[in-house]
Structures are given as structure tokens and as C-alpha cells.
Design a protein around this ligand. Structure first.
Ligand code: FAD
Ligand code: NAD
Length: 469
């Protein structure tokens, strides 16, 4: 068997692994990256990017449908049609462009990319098998970086197969189902459930908890729940899934009172979470300390074994691409001898529903739970000129700040296009802004961003474009 020696061996070419590899190579560390599938990982191939492409296509189709019905803007079109095969080709084109770009960046930065599945032998050795099971290669390294990501969680009562699909299949539809049942009202269930509804599918969502997006607070999720109802998505909250019926064309559910019913379904999208990919590729043999189902790491992404590092989804929540990338960049620098620690003041979370939801830092309930005496104030988009011109005056921006020194500890927003405000929110918290700093910064008019300044003014007790509380 051929043996290859390297300083850093990265297993997994997702946003965590490829960023780490690029940065390490930039810093002169001899780096090899092993990827069994396409570089770009879940994010570029079957996650963030394809889902946002499908959501955009669905938004456009729905907009065209509105124009065909009754547009306040005076635009009239014939009833729109969608060629979903073309939509998928367009989405695939974006994925190909981005994954090709990553491959080029890895090459240009001098990363050696090995295509194949890695199997861990020990903390300094892995063996790689190609897709065809041939050309086994042994790689020995000084540093081993684990970045294998996560995998979908299946429901024991309703395993994947046939009509029961995961987000991967939902992102590449051959045809649109007439009726879809979505299990899980979290990120994937709502982002994709809404997109399918907008594309014309009848969608029913089943969620065990009593709210949609239960990870967020009630105030933030209310506009999303209202929008789901407006779109005609059926919500079955506080319900558990019992499995498919005998003929396999309906999902049996039980509500909180124990009442059973069946929801007809041509397709069932199961989106009940993802779990770190820690088994089946030899990682268990390292006997690393775990944090639940995730690999335990410290603030430099070190595992419990010397010179074995881990980043991204395999290290648990929050399982987000930008967190994986930030860890990857940092760990590469640490391995190259730079003094770094992973201590972000905030990691933004964005849910690309309609309206979008952004959470940065602490929400009011979280601030209270942390024992902080905080003030919070919201500014509604209903009072923002730009939001009106975009026909999107639902939602608000909310700020949370300490009562004593007005230091900002959190920003949240719900509304159309608010994902783009996340950069300003993170900047504000990382830079340690106080309410007075935000309130005293000129925000361009007319923009949605003015709601940021107005929320800070309102928290200070003197808003300009809404009545004082
Ligand atoms: P991954 O991206 O999962 O990459 C791991 C890579 O390792 C994979 O390519 C895999 O093939 C490879 N690999 C695994 N084991 C081996 C092995 N033994 N040998 C060789 N290669 C191996 N996050 C966001 O921040 N924003 C979003 O909008 C967003 N949308 C999402 C939508 C969907 C539908 C899904 C499923 C996820 C979404 N996420 C989103 C989450 C995001 O995709 C992940 O957090 C991110 O991809 C994690 O990066 P990673 O590098 O840890 O792992
Ligand atoms: P999730 O954790 O966001 O949501 C899962 C939902 O399923 C929860 O509301 C949970 O209460 C519910 N649930 C669990 N078991 C259930 C059951 N048996 N029946 C009914 N409901 C059940 O998980 P997800 O939507 O699968 O997404 C996985 C991960 O992918 C997320 O945690 C996130 O890290 C990432 N992601 C992020 C984005 C984004 O950043 N915009 C988008 C998609 C995915």
C-alpha cells in the first residue's frame, strides 16, 4: 500500500475542512485533504446553497402567481407555470460553479486533495479507499483534523425510503408532489416546507412541540406562523408521528389529547435534526471524549487526544456553515503556531423562511436566564418606509442591552430580507457597541437598516419614527 506523509491531514472537505486546509496551506503547513464526495460538503452540495436556490425559485414563482391574481402594483401576467427540471438544473449549475471554485482554491493554495473515504487507523494514520474500493492509500500525519460533518436523523417509526425522504432528495425533485407531509418545524422543515407550498404543493407540517421554530422565542416566531397560515400550510403542533398507514400513502399522527388521524402524503420530508458523523469510519477507535453525540473540543478545537482536532458539525451545535468556517480558519492558524482561541461574542443564526428570522447574541428570555438586567426594544417594519416600498412591512428589529451601561448583548429581527442585517448585528456585538453608538450612527435612508438605529433609539426612550412606549 502506498504511504503519503503530510503535516496536516484534514478529513472532510465541507466548509470547516476546506477553509482549514486553505488557511493552513497559506501559512506554509503541508496539508492533505481527503473528501469522499464533492468538495464543499453538505453546505454547497446538499444544504445551504441548494436550499436557498430552491427558496428563491419558489419566491419568484409565488410572486408571479400574485401578479396573475391581483397585484396592488398594477402588474398583470398570465398564470405562471414552472418547469421544475429546469429549476433543478439552474440550482445544480450554482452548486457546480461553487464546488468547482472551492476545488480551484484548494489547488491554487497548494492543498493536496485526495478523493476517497478515509478510515482512521490511529491518531496519526488514516487509510483512504476510492469510490470503487481500489487504490487504498495510507496517509500519516503530525496533525489530524476531523471535519466529517453530520448526517440526517431518521425516525424509527418511519425510516427513509420510498415516499419518505430527507432534505437531500427534497432539494432535487424530479416532479412536484401534490401533497407533502413535513415532519419537524425547525430550520429545514420550514424553509423547504414553505418553498414547496409556494411551488404549489399542499403541505402539512407535524411538530412535537407546541410552536414552530421552537428554538426561537414566541415573539420572533409569531410572524412566521402567521405567514404559514396565510400560505395555507396546515400546522399540526404538539403531535407525534406514529408511522405510515397500511397502504403507505398517509402519515399517522397522534395529538396531545391522544387523538389519532392520518395525513395523506405523496411525499414525506423528515427533518427532525442532524447528528454528528462519528461512527462507521474508525473514529470510535480513538476513544475521544464526547459531549453527548458530538466530539468534545476546547476553545482551540483540540480534542482529548494530542494533535487530533475537530471542527464543524461533528462538534455539535450550532451546526452552521459559518461556525464551521470560523473554526476551520482558527484551527489552521493554531496548528501553524499562531495564538488564537475560538471565542466569538456571537454566532448569527438565520432561518430563511418567509419572513426570515435572525438571532444574534442573547434574546430577552436568554438575557434574563443569564441573570442580566436588560432592556429590550423593537422597531416595527410597519413604520419603515423602505419596507413599505418592498411590500414587506411585517416584522421588526429588536435590540437587547444591559440596563446599567447600555452594552448591547443581542439583536433579533424577523422580516423579509433581514438575513442581510445579520452582518450589522454581529459587528455591533463583536465591537462592544452601546445603544448610544448605534443610535448615533447615521443609517442610510430609505433602508431596512434604519430599523436598527430606531430600535436603539427606542431602547433609549426617544424613538423618532414611532410613538414612545
Ligand atoms: P459538511 O459540510 O457536512 O462536510 C463534511 C464533509 O466530509 C462531507 O463532504 C463528507 O462527504 C466528508 N466526509 C465525511 N466523512 C468522511 C470520510 N470518512 N472520508 C472522507 N470524507 C468524509 N448552515 C448554515 O449556516 N446556513 C444555512 O442556510 C444552512 N442550510 C442548510 C440546509 C440544509 C438542507 C442542510 C442539510 C444543512 C444546512 N446548513 C446550513 C448546515 C450546514 O450545511 C452545515 O452546518 C455545514 O455544512 C457543516 O460543515 P462541516 O464542514 O462541519 O461538514
Ligand atoms: P432542527 O433541529 O432545526 O429542527 C428539528 C425539529 O423537529 C424541531 O423543531 C423538533 O422539535 C422537531 N422534531 C424532532 N423530533 C420530532 C418528531 N419525532 N416528530 C415531529 N417533530 C420532531 O433540525 P433540522 O431542521 O433537521 O435541521 C438540522 C440542522 O441543519 C439544524 O440544526 C441547523 O443546524 C442546520 N440548518 C441550518 C439552516 C440555516 O442556518 N438556515 C437551514 C437548514 C438546516
Amino acid at each position: 500500500m502506498e504511504t503519503l506523509s503530510t503535516t496536516l491531514l484534514v478529513i472532510g472537505g465541507g466548509p470547516g475542512g476546506y477553509v482549514a486546509a486553505i488557511r493552513a496551506a497559506q501559512l506554509g503547513v503541508a496539508t492533505t485533504l481527503v473528501e469522499g464526495d464533492n468538495v464543499g460538503g453538505t453546505c454547497l452540495n446538499i444544504g445551504c446553497i441548494p436550499s436557498k436556490a430552491l427558496i428563491h425559485a419558489a419566491d419568484q414563482f409565488e410572486k408571479a402567481g400574485q401578479f396573475a391574481r391581483n397585484s396592488p402594483l398594477g402588474i398583470h401576467v398570465e398564470s405562471p407555470r414552472i418547469d421544475v427540471a429546469q429549476t433543478v438544473r439552474w440550482k445544480d449549475g450554482i452548486v457546480t460553479k461553487l464546488t468547482g471554485g472551492v476545488a480551484t482554491l484548494l489547488k491554487k493554495n497548494g492543498v493536496q486533495v485526495v478523493a476517497g473515504w478515509a478510515r482512521i487507523i490511529d491518531g496519526k494514520t488514516a487509510e483512504v479507499t476510492t469510490a470503487t474500493g481500489q487504490n487504498a492509500l495510507r496517509i500519516v500525519c503530525k496533525h489530524l483534523l476531523l471535519a466529517p460533518g453530520s448526517q440526517v436523523v431518521a425516525l424509527p417509526a418511519m425510516p427513509f425510503g420510498g415516499r419518505v425522504i430527507s432534505s437531500t432528495e427534497a432539494l432535487a425533485p424530479k416532479a412536484l408532489p401534490k401533497r407533502m407531509v413535513v415532519v419537524g418545524a425547525g430550520y429545514i422543515g420550514l424553509e423547504l416546507g414553505m418553498a414547496y407550498r409556494k411551488l404549489g404543493t399542499e403541505v402539512a407540517v407535524v411538530e412535537t412541540l407546541q410552536r414552530v421554530l421552537p428554538a426561537y422565542d414566541d415573539e420572533l416566531t409569531k410572524p412566521v406562523a402567521a405567514s404559514l397560515r396565510r400560505l395555507g400550510v396546515q400546522l399540526h403542533l404538539g403531535c407525534t408521528v406514529q408511522g405510515l398507514n397500511a397502504s403507505g400513502d398517509a402519515v399517522r399522527i397522534r395529538d396531545a389529547q391522544g387523538e389519532e388521524s392520518a395525513l395523506p402524503a405523496d411525499q414525506v420530508l423528515v427533518a427532525v435534526g442532524r447528528r454528528p458523523r462519528t461512527e462507521g469510519w474508525g473514529m470510535e477507535t480513538l476513544m475521544l471524549d464526547m459531549n453527548g453525540s458530538a466530539v468534545r473540543i476546547d476553545d482551540q478545537c483540540r480534542t482529548s487526544m494530542r494533535s487530533v482536532w475537530a471542527i464543524g458539525d461533528v462538534t455539535g451545535e450550532p451546526m452552521l456553515a459559518h461556525r464551521a468556517m470560523a473554526q476551520g480558519e482558527m484551527v489552521a492558524e493554531v496548528i501553524a503556531g499562531v495564538r488564537r482561541h475560538f471565542m466569538p461574542a456571537a454566532i448569527p443564526a438565520v432561518c430563511f423562511t418567509d419572513p426570515e428570522v435572525v438571532v444574534v447574541g442573547r434574546t430577552p428570555p436568554e438575557a434574563t436566564q443569564a441573570g442580566l438586567d436588560c432592556i429590550s426594544a423593537s422597531f416595527p417594519f410597519a413604520a419603515n418606509g423602505r419596507a413599505m416600498t418592498l411590500e414587506s412591512s411585517d416584522g421588526f428589529v429588536r435590540v437587547v442591552a444591559r440596563r446599567d451601561n447600555h452594552g448591547i448583548v443581542g439583536w433579533q429581527a424577523v422580516g423579509q430580507g433581514v438575513s442581510e442585517l445579520s452582518a450589522a448585528f454581529c459587528h455591533s456585538i463583536e465591537m462592544g457597541e452601546r445603544l448610544e453608538d448605534t443610535a448615533g450612527t447615521i443609517h442610510a435612508h430609505p433602508t431596512l437598516g434604519e430599523a436598527i438605529q430606531e430600535a436603539a433609539l427606542r431602547a433609549l426612550g426617544h424613538p423618532l419614527h414611532v410613538a414612545r412606549a
